[in-house]
Design a protein around this ligand. Structure first.
Ligand code: MN
Length: 249
């Protein structure tokens, strides 16, 4: 099995190193990741300048671009053959609910999925890398077990509680929860007296009800959420089709 690994925390992040180490025992692993932390970059592609890929001493490739750039370059230029699976992470911090729209971790997986390759994004619920080896073991076991019943390609989002492996209760399939609106920007002054703004933290969970990723991870389970990319609102489409017509064939 060939696996392409990327992330959004950068190629030096402990999460990607733990993931690559864990997966190299079961697969031929190629790592292509951003040269620095690009968390929150979503699915951005860099179109206003050229990109470069360098190879680090440990064999990882690093790119001066976004997670999506990395997977795009890996699939179309670096890798000689298509990988069987794309794995992103392990991210420092949860990607649950609306986070998935902003997440570069999820985006790296999404870029692979858009190329027709199954992809999984892994995140740890808490920041700080505690119990990282436990999370890497969960990722390895999930990949070893595979998802034979899912149609290909699939796009999965996984959040792992920061717990000892023995304390993790298991894996639960979960839907995305929802967050409240993000906190306001944090306003400050730069040394020249000009106003500057830091984007504030995400909102607290608004829908963390049973069955959500927020809920199951809070109960000590790993959350497993299948994602899709088609943003069409089917109910409103039907409504608008009856009003405006469905288009000519
Ligand atoms: Mn990140």
């Amino acid at each position: 099995m060939k696996i392409l690994i990327s992330n959004d925390d950068g190629y030096l992040a402990p999460g990607i190193i733990a993931l690559a180490d864990a997966l190299s025992s079961i697969a031929e692993v190629t790592v292509v990741a951003p040269d620095s932390n690009r968390s929150g970059s979503s699915n951005a592609l860099t179109l206003d300048r050229p990109l470069s890929a360098y190879r680090a001493a440990n064999g990882y490739y690093f790119v001066n671009g976004t997670p999506s750039d990395c997977v795009h370059i890996a699939l179309t230029a670096i890798m000689q053959t298509k990988p069987d699976l794309i794995v992103s992470g392990i991210n420092q911090g949860q990607n649950m609910g609306d986070d998935t729209l902003y997440s570069g971790t999820v985006a790296a997986a999404t870029e692979g999925y858009l190329f027709g390759i199954p992809a999984i994004a892994f995140s740890q619920v808490e920041k700080g890398w505690s119990h990282l080896n436990s999370a890497a073991r969960v990722a390895r076991e999930m990949i070893e077990q595979g998802f034979p019943t899912l149609s290909q390609p699939f796009l999965l989002n996984v959040n792992i509680p920061n717990l000892d492996y023995a304390q993790i209760k298991g894996v639960k399939a979960a839907r995305l929860g929802k967050r409240h609106t993000s906190e306001p920007v944090i306003k400050a002054r730069d040394p020249h007296g000009r106003d500057i703004y830091w984007i504030g933290p995400p909102g607290m969970a608004k829908d963390a009800g049973e069955g959500t990723d927020f809920y199951v991870t809070g109960q000590g389970y790993v959350s497993l959420t299948p994602l899709q990319i088609d943003l069409t609102n089917m109910r409103q489409l039907a409504q608008l089709q009856s009003e405006f017509g469905a288009g000519e064939i």
